[in-house]
Structures are given as structure tokens and as C-alpha cells.
Design a binder for this molecule. Structure first.
Ligand SMILES: Cc1cc2nc3c(=O)[nH]c(=O)nc-3n(C[C@H](O)[C@H](O)[C@H](O)COP(=O)(O)OP(=O)(O)OC[C@H]3O[C@@H](n4cnc5c(N)ncnc54)[C@H](O)[C@@H]3O)c2cc1C
Length: 393
């Protein structure tokens, strides 16, 4: 019997563990999930919490309800992996042997990388949906703004599902327009990339929406620091320093993977410190018994929960394949659902080459529509809790 250890009971870890246990053919497996948290967080819903359209109870649920039946749950935190000895060290001082290892601990905000950011988030004028407990503050801050300057930051490469940084912006703008205060506000989006979105058609829709709401765009920026006392973002553009003042700030912070990935010799050497896997087979490039998926996997695509739906079947197939000749390949599918108002949303679905890859074979899901908004707000969460985490979707 195969001994498989899964690190992380998030979207990637649980959907993969459930899929392994659902297999009805071939070799059987014993699956251990190492996950310290008693709570499972459905992060995509945080965008709706930060827009006043959902409560935290729809984000956080008891982990034990979603642990796949048949899996052993170890409530501990991994501190190191020894790929030679095939052991995992835990924070309770014990060690765990594995035959195969699936590394899925996600990535977390790296607030220390931006001087002043933590202090700004601790103060009254800045928030982020990327920290569960701060999402309600986003809405308190934005819905309470009547005059002055609102600033939203967006980044793609080193944050989960980067494009969703536009959600709090557009849903706040729609709210301000409906309540008649938008005209009196100065609203800016600071994008830490040369374009509004890597796929041109999606970038065009975002540009149209920004124009409609009168939002100013600051492209190709690098956020150097935040000064919470002066309420100012210090950025550089084309090598020159600039200051962006705010009265209300929503930040998409840079993220990092757990340090033990690199310390254990499993890292890809990048700034986020993700796992060095083959981006198509999801197998570690140096160790055939180590696999990874989800935000912590170095796959060269914008990470997202939607991407895990494509990765999980590939990883599970390859884990039990007779050899590399039988491997399946992940094509790099990823998605960013971007709400352009409080009732319309577009699905930016692309493959590794940034070519459109619509889920249902319908090309214009990249057009903003009311039904895709309803899908994202209401149907997708139900599919997540009832199907995705159970390895059914
Ligand atoms: C605000 C926000 C909005 C988003 N919106 C969308 C969206 O609309 N659509 C979309 O597709 N995606 C969205 N995403 C991205 C999506 O949530 C992530 O891509 C997805 O959750 C990644 O799953 P994961 O399992 O890799 O990581 P996570 O879901 O973060 O799970 C990682 C798990 O590993 C555990 N862990 C961490 N360290 C250790 C350790 N040392 N030992 C053991 N366990 C550990 C953690 O406790 C956690 O349970 C959003 C993310 C955020 C933050």
C-alpha cells in the first residue's frame, strides 16, 4: 500500500487527497493530511466580504467537516522535509515517513517586504482582503468614504489569483456611484505590472470599466514602502520616485511560500520560494517522490483556486502512473473572476501561453455578464464545499 503524505489541507491539499481516496482501480493508498488549522478558509469569498456582500461565516468552516473520509488528519505544522530520508518533521517534535509527498501549503502575505505596510494595516486607513480578519475592514473603510482619495493596488505574479485585486475596486466604485459620492472622490489603481492584465482582451474590458468610473491608472509601478502617518504610498516608476496619497487604501500584498520549502532543498530559487516542480507533470524536478500543486507550486502561471481544478486530476494520475511515458500534462489553465460592478463579472480564463481557455467552450465568458457574477457569488461556493473539496469536480 502506498503511503502518501499531503502537506496542507487547503483547496489543493484536500481536493487532491479526496481524489486519491476516490480511486477505485490500481494500487491502494493510505493518505495522511498534515494541516494545523481547525478552520478551512474559502478565500475567494473574501472579495465579497470586502464588498459588503457576504459575511465571514461563508468563508471559514470547520476543517473536520471537509477532511476526506478515509484520510488521517494530523493537526500539526510541517517544519522541514528530508527528501533523502523521505521524512517530514512536524512542529510537535515528531517525524513522519512517506512514500510519496504532495506539497500544498499555499502562500501567505509577506508584509515585511514592504516597509510600513504592517503598520498601515494596523491603522485605520488601510485594509486587505488577503488577510481573512481584515476583509470586513475593507468594506467598512470603502463604504464609509465620502470624500478624498481611494487607492487600490494590483499585482499578479506573487499573489494568489492576482486579478481579483480589481474586485474591491470595482465593487466600491459601483457602490459610490449608486450612493452619489463617486464624483467627489479621487480613485486610483496602482498596478505592479506593465499592463492592466496579461491577456489583452481582459485588459480592454478593465480599461473600459476604469474609464466609466473615472479611475486614474498608475501602471508599471513598484511599491517601495507605505507611510501610514502621511497616508502615502511611496512608489517608483521608470526608476523615478513618486508618492500616491490616500484616505482609504486596499492593498494586494506580495506573498511568499513557507521558508522550509527552500530550506529543505525543494525550492525553485524564485522570490516567492515555490516548489521546483515540472510545470506540466507536477513532479519535483530533482525528486520523483515529491509532487506539488496549488499556490505553492512553481508552475509559471498566475495561481488560482480554479487552476487547482485542472492540476489535481493530473497530479493524481501521474502519482499512480507506471512511468513518465504514461504521464498526463497540465496545460497551465488558470482563471481570475473579475467583477466590474456589483452585478457583472468576467471570467479571465487562460492557458500557459495566455491564450483564452474557456471552461465551457464559450469564448465570451471573458465578457462581463450578470450570470457569471451570480455564478461566482452563489454557485461556485456551493460547488467548492460540496464537489471540489470532495474530489468530484
Ligand atoms: C482574497 C482572495 C480572493 C481570491 N479569489 C479567487 C477567485 O475568485 N477565484 C480563484 O480561483 N481563486 C481565488 N483566490 C485564490 C485561491 O483562494 C487560492 O489559489 C487557493 O486557495 C490555493 O489553494 P492552496 O491549497 O494552494 O492554498 P490554501 O488554500 O492557502 O491552503 C494552504 C493550507 O496549507 C496549510 N499550511 C500552511 N503551512 C503549513 C505547514 N507548514 N504545514 C502544514 N500545513 C500548512 C494552511 O493552514 C492551509 O490550510 C483568492 C485568494 C484570495 C486570498
Amino acid at each position: 500500500m502506498r503511503e502518501i503524505v499531503v502537506i496542507g489541507g487547503g483547496n489543493a491539499g484536500l481536493s487532491c487527497a479526496a481524489r486519491i481516496l476516490r480511486r477505485r482501480t490500481g494500487e491502494t493508498a493510505r493518505v495522511t493530511v498534515v494541516e494545523p488549522s481547525p478552520t478551512h478558509t474559502y478565500s475567494p469569498m473574501l472579495s465579497y466580504v470586502g464588498s459588503g456582500m457576504a459575511g465571514l461565516s461563508s468563508v471559514c468552516k470547520a476543517q473536520r467537516r471537509y477532511m476526506p473520509s478515509g484520510a488521517r488528519w494530523l493537526r500539526a505544522r510541517v517544519t522541514r522535509v528530508d527528501p533523502q530520508a523521505r521524512t517530514v518533521a512536524l512542529d510537535n517534535g515528531t517525524e513522519l515517513d512517506y512514500g510519496d509527498l504532495v506539497v500544498a501549503p499555499g502562500i501567505t502575505p509577506d508584509l515585511d517586504r514592504v516597509p510600513g505596510l504592517q503598520a498601515a494595516l494596523d491603522g485605520p486607513f488601510a485594509a486587505t482582503n488577503y488577510e481573512t480578519q481584515l476583509a470586513t475592514k475593507t468594506w467598512d473603510l470603502m463604504s464609509g468614504l465620502r470624500e478624498g482619495s481611494a487607492v487600490f493596488t494590483v499585482r499578479f505574479d506573487d499573489a494568489a489569483c492576482g486579478g481579483v485585486g480589481y474586485k474591491p475596486l470595482f465593487m466600491a466604485c459601483d457602490h459610490w456611484r449608486r450612493t452619489g459620492v463617486l464624483g467627489g472622490l479621487r480613485v486610483r489603481v496602482v498596478v505592479e505590472a506593465p499592463e492592466l492584465f496579461p491577456e489583452p482582451r481582459v485588459a480592454g474590458h478593465i480599461a473600459d470599466a476604469l474609464r466609466r468610473y473615472g479611475v486614474e491608472t498608475v501602471l508599471d509601478a513598484r511599491i517601495e514602502s507605505v507611510d501610514p502617518d502621511a497616508r502615502a504610498l511611496r512608489i517608483t516608476r521608470n526608476g523615478a520616485p513618486e508618492t500616491v496619497d490616500y484616505d482609504a487604501l486596499h492593498v494586494v500584498p506580495p506573498h511568499r511560500a513557507p521558508a522550509w520549502i527552500s530550506d529543505s532543498g525543494l525550492g525553485d530559487g524564485g522570490s516567492v520560494g515555490r516548489v521546483d516542480v515540472d510545470p506540466e507533470t507536477l513532479q519535483h524536478v530533482r525528486d520523483p517522490h515529491v509532487w506539488s500543486l496549488g499556490d505553492a507550486a512553481g508552475l509559471g502561471v498566475m495561481s488560482s483556486g480554479g487552476a487547482i481544478r485542472s492540476q489535481s486530476p493530473v497530479l493524481v494520475h501521474n502519482l499512480f502512473a507506471a512511468g513518465p511515458a504514461q504521464f498526463q500534462r497540465y496545460d497551465g489553465y488558470t482563471v481570475a473572476p473579475i467583477a466590474l460592478s456589483r452585478r457583472t463579472l468576467l471570467l479571465a480564463e487562460v492557458d500557459r501561453q495566455l491564450r483564452p481557455e474557456p471552461s465551457f467552450g464559450v469564448r465570451d465568458l471573458a465578457n462581463p455578464r450578470p450570470w457569471t457574477f451570480l455564478f461566482d457569488r452563489w454557485l461556485q461556493p456551493a460547488l467548492y464545499w460540496k464537489g471540489i473539496l470532495r474530489g468530484l469536480i
